[in-house]
Structure formats: structure tokens, C-alpha cells
Design a protein around this ligand. Structure first.
Ligand code: HEC
Ligand code: HEC
Length: 353
């Protein structure tokens, strides 16, 4: 399983260190991905950031070689139907791993209906997409590839052949999967890479670790406002998301009484899931404008005000979300706090075979 690599059983091997030893990455001191991660053979993979272990599917164990292969595929627009998009195209560092658009535009310039979500800490989630319709990162990656995002569709077999015809890929697939690239192991490699997109290196994290000078007094007050306003009921824990679905009213049209997008209801057919979407993490939130599943709110200032007002009233709104009655200075402190969640590590692009 760990062929071709030598490992120390004592010291966790940082992916950052390994990246420096890979072809194309020589001398590059910065990260393989955003990686506060370590892989120790025989032990559960766990990011070094203080989040506890991640559930890794038994049939897709993490290895450095697989992560590195997945990273290349993730940045490779040759996977898309028209050669125009890579996974990274819509999950960009400068936009907090989103794309800066209200709603994404896929391969073949296909207009999609939802906003690109951030992928920070996505390996900790168990349901994927805004509505949770994909049950694993492997399934999600396969869907993103064949569906509207990458537009590979019926061309998947031809694209797999194309990948196998590239010598640098062929040898890596042999090494990692003991066989050629397939429509199933490409998503497995992508998923392994995405599990290394860990955000745990923010001013907030340094403050929590004891560095009182890491954040301003305003941000500290803002964290108190965040708690007082019960934002953490849903944007909970160090991940700043409970990873479940709530209706906060975004996309509700009060004149027709309908949602433009019924969200989680489409997956569960539960009345209470009408207009419910997965709570987004607030990590790197200052960079990921525009906001919400439909990108309908342009600035963080406005998004925070919508939430502090208790969302948008509608018959299915989550009762946990109530107007917080914040003063203007409290809103400002809250915004200052949210900026301390900017992630300081960043994935970098690999050299492609
Ligand atoms: C054209 C832009 C675009 C491209 C290209 C794209 N994505 Fe996305 N991604 C999106 C959008 C939009 C969503 C949300 C869709 C939804 O919820 O229905 C999303 C959702 C996701 C999610 C789920 C996040 C969550 O919170 O559940 C993951 C994981 C992901 N993408 C990974 C990938 C991978 C892997 C690829 C390449 C195979 C890819 N994306 C290519 C736009 C894109
Ligand atoms: C009942 C659960 C819940 C509570 C409480 C809550 N949120 Fe949210 N928040 C959500 C959900 C769900 C979304 C996504 C809604 C959508 O896109 O339809 C969201 C979206 C956001 C966004 C936009 C994120 C993005 O990536 O687009 C911000 C910013 C935000 N919330 C801040 C706050 C703040 C600040 C508070 C406290 C005043 C708060 N939230 C309270 C569930 C909650």
C-alpha cells in the first residue's frame, strides 16, 4: 500500500516535507496543499489542527502518493469535457476556496444554479453539496466530474483513456492503485487530496492556543457577540459548522410563498427540510463573497446583518435562528472577529505530467 515511499513510524511525515522531495516541487518550501496534515502508516489519518481524526473510507486509505496524484488531477483541466475547467477553477485560494461568482458557470459555459462552497475542512463532512445529496467525497467528486461543473458526461471513458495515455499519470496510477486510471479511482484520488484541505491556521486558532496578541480587542469582543447571538448553535465548534441543514430563509419569495431552490427537501422529501441548506463554515469567510447558496448577498457586512436579524421569515424557518438585536458597534466587532478566521495556509498548484 505504501510502495515507493519510505516512512518513519515515529515522526509524522508532513506532506509539506514530502512535497519538497517530489519532482516539480524541488526546493519549494511551501505546502503541498493547505496542509496541517500528517500521514503515519498504520495509524488513523489525522490533521494536525486540533479537530480530532477524520473518517477515511476503508476502501480509500490515505497515502502521500495518492494525495499527490489527486492534487495533480484536481488542478488538471484535461479532466473536464471541454478542457476549460479544473476542480480548482471554482475553488480558488483568493476567494476562500470558492469562485467569487454568485452562481457558478460550468464547462461549456453552463450556468449553474448555486454558489461554489468553500472546501476548507471538507474531509470532516459526511454529506456533500449544499443539500447533502452526495454521501461521500468519492461520490461527490465523480458527480462534479461527470456533471455540470466539469461537464465530462458521456466523455468520461474517453477522458480516462486520455489520462492513461499520459506517461506521468500512468506510472502514478500503477504505483497508487496497482492498475490504470479508471472512472472510479480518479474520484478516489481527488477525494484523498480534498481531505488534506484543512484550515486550522488562523489568527483565531493562535488566540485559542494561548497567544493573546493574535487578535484585536474588537475581535475578542466580537467572539463574545458571536456567542451571545447564538451563531455558534449552527456555526459550531472549531469547524464553525454543524454540517447539517437549516432553513434560514435565503431564496424565499414572500409574494409567491415559494423557494427558488427547495434545497434539502429535494433529497429527503421532508416538509421541514424545505429551503434548508448545509451550514457553511465561517473559516476564510471574509474572502468568499458573494454569500449564501445562491450568492444573493454581495458583502459579508450584509450577510452578517441578514443572519443577525434572524434570517428571512418564512413558514419553514429554523426556530433556532432568532433576531439577535445587536447594536451597530456589536456588528462591527462581530465582523472584526470573523476576519480572524482568515486562513493563512494555502494550497499551491502542482506541476502536471
Ligand atoms: C464550475 C465551477 C465548479 C467546478 C469546475 C467544480 N466545482 Fe465543486 N462545487 C461547485 C458548486 C456550484 C458546488 C455546489 C453545488 C450544489 O450544492 O449543488 C460545488 C460543490 C463541491 C463540493 C461540496 C462541498 C460541500 O460543502 O458539500 C465539493 C467537495 C466539490 N465541489 C469538489 C469539486 C471537485 C473535486 C471538482 C472537480 C472534479 C469540482 N468541485 C469542480 C462548483 C464547481
Ligand atoms: C439556525 C442555524 C444558524 C444560525 C443560528 C446562524 N446561521 Fe449563519 N448560516 C446558516 C445556514 C444554513 C447558512 C446558509 C444558508 C443558505 O445559503 O441558504 C448560513 C450562512 C451564513 C453566512 C454566509 C456564509 C456563506 O459562505 O455564504 C454567514 C456570514 C453567516 N451565516 C453568519 C452567521 C452569523 C453571524 C450568525 C449569528 C448572528 C449566524 N450565521 C447564525 C445557519 C445558521
Amino acid at each position: 500500500m505504501f510502495r515507493g515511499m519510505s516512512f518513519s513510524r515515529v515522526l509524522p511525515i508532513l506532506l509539506t516535507g514530502v512535497a519538497a522531495g517530489l519532482p516539480g516541487c524541488a526546493g519549494e518550501e511551501t505546502n503541498l496543499s493547505a496542509v496541517n496534515t500528517a500521514i503515519v502508516p498504520g495509524e488513523p489519518y489525522k490533521p494536525l489542527a486540533n479537530f480530532g481524526p477524520m473518517d477515511i473510507p476503508a476502501d480509500n486509505p490515505m497515502t502521500q502518493a495518492k494525495v499527490e496524484l489527486g492534487r495533480q488531477l484536481y488542478y488538471d483541466s484535461r479532466l473536464s469535457g471541454d478542457g476549460s475547467r479544473s476542480c480548482y477553477s471554482c475553488h480558488l485560494v483568493e476567494h476562500g476556496l470558492t469562485d467569487g461568482r454568485a452562481q457558478a458557470i460550468g464547462a461549456y459555459e453552463k450556468q449553474l444554479t448555486r454558489s461554489s462552497p468553500t472546501l476548507w475542512n471538507i474531509g470532516f463532512h459526511s454529506l456533500f453539496y449544499w443539500d447533502g445529496r452526495a454521501p461521500s467525497l468519492e461520490v461527490q467528486a465523480a458527480k462534479a466530474w461527470s456533471g455540470g461543473n466539469m461537464g465530462a458526461g458521456d466523455d468520461v471513458p474517453a477522458i480516462v483513456e486520455k489520462i492513461n495515455a499520459i506517461a506521468g499519470y500512468k506510472s502514478q496510477f500503477e504505483d497508487v492503485f496497482a492498475g490504470p486510471a479508471t472512472k472510479d479511482n480518479i474520484p478516489q484520488a481527488l477525494a484523498a487530496y480534498m481531505r488534506t484541505l484543512v484550515s486550522g491556521n488562523t489568527a483565531f486558532d493562535r488566540w485559542q492556543a494561548g497567544d493573546e496578541g493574535a487578535v484585536s480587542d474588537g475581535a475578542k469582543r466580537g467572539y463574545e457577540v458571536f456567542q451571545k447571538a447564538k451563531c455558534g448553535d449552527c456555526h459550531s465548534g472549531t469547524l464553525f459548522t454543524d454540517m447539517v441543514f437549516h432553513n434560514v430563509g435565503i431564496g424565499y419569495d414572500s409574494s409567491s410563498g415559494e423557494f427558488a431552490d427547495i434545497g434539502r427537501f429535494k433529497v429527503t422529501s421532508q416538509e421541514s427540510d424545505t429551503g434548508a441548506f448545509k451550514t457553511p463554515t465561517l473559516r476564510d469567510i471574509s474572502k468568499s463573497a458573494p454569500y449564501f447558496h445562491d450568492g444573493s448577498v454581495a458583502t459579508l457586512d450584509s450577510a452578517v446583518r441578514v443572519m443577525a436579524m434572524g434570517g428571512i421569515p418564512n413558514p419553514h424557518k429554523d426556530i433556532k435562528l432568532k433576531p439577535a438585536n445587536l447594536e451597530e458597534n456589536e456588528i462591527q466587532d462581530l465582523l472584526e472577529f470573523l476576519e480572524t478566521l482568515d486562513e493563512d495556509t494555502a494550497p499551491t498548484s502542482p506541476e502536471l505530467p
